[in-house]
Design a protein around this ligand. Structure first.
Ligand code: IMP
Ligand code: MG
Length: 178
């Protein structure tokens, strides 16, 4: 385990197992359709890479980049689109892939943003959910795990750009950010 990690919440094995289940569920729900997977950079890229290989459908992959954090632990609530939807959305089955739903500000902003472009459908797949901290009225259609209300890193999630490469999801020791 990395020396800065306090506790592991979701092991590499547990994540892999859940990702297979999510892929199956998505493949069956969208059977016969082609889906546009839109990853929200940067946090979602590890999850997305594993998830898409468990989706048995015609699919395309696109990315957007959004920022609401800076180097802080709390969302600023102000969502900035750094890289927008530079691809066709109208008439397509859009499935947004996120690392974590926290305040919900990012995804409720993105939902409005996409619905304005008339997709055939719009759904959200998030690896993690911290319902305790929700401000916006939004939930994931596909969810990996509910997680405790602590700051977590790993499997794509960062603190100040670090720890995305950890293969598990865990908390940081408080002395790292205090
Ligand atoms: P929201 O807009 O507050 O729902 O925040 C969503 C984004 O904040 C996620 O996509 C993550 O990038 C980031 N985030 C929220 N909670 C955590 C955490 O515990 N660790 C790392 N990043 C987080
Ligand atoms: Mg993110």
């Amino acid at each position: 385990m990395h020396k800065d990690v306090g506790e592991i919440f979701f092991t590499e094995e547990a994540i892999a197992k859940r990702v297979v289940e999510l892929g199956r569920q998505i493949s069956s729900d969208y059977a016969g359709k082609s889906v546009l997977l839109v990853g929200v950079l940067k946090g979602s890229f590890v999850f997305m890479a594993d998830l898409m290989r468990n989706i048995d459908l015609d699919c395309e992959v696109e990315f957007m980049e959004v920022s609401s954090y800076g180097n802080e632990l709390q969302s600023t609530g102000v969502v900035k689109i750094l890289k927008g939807a530079h691809f066709e959305v109208e008439g397509r089955h859009v499935l947004i892939i996120e690392d974590i739903l926290d305040s919900g500000c990012t995804l409720s902003y993105l939902k409005e943003y996409f619905l304005a472009m008339n997709p055939a459908s719009f759904s959200i797949c998030s690896l993690l959910d911290k319902p305790a901290r929700r401000q916006a009225d939004i939930k994931a259609d596909y969810l990996g795990f509910v997680c405790p209300d602590v700051f977590i890193v790993g499997y794509g999630l960062d603190f100040a750009g670090q720890y995305r490469n950890l293969p598990y999801v865990g908390s940081l020791r408080p002395e790292i950010y205090s």
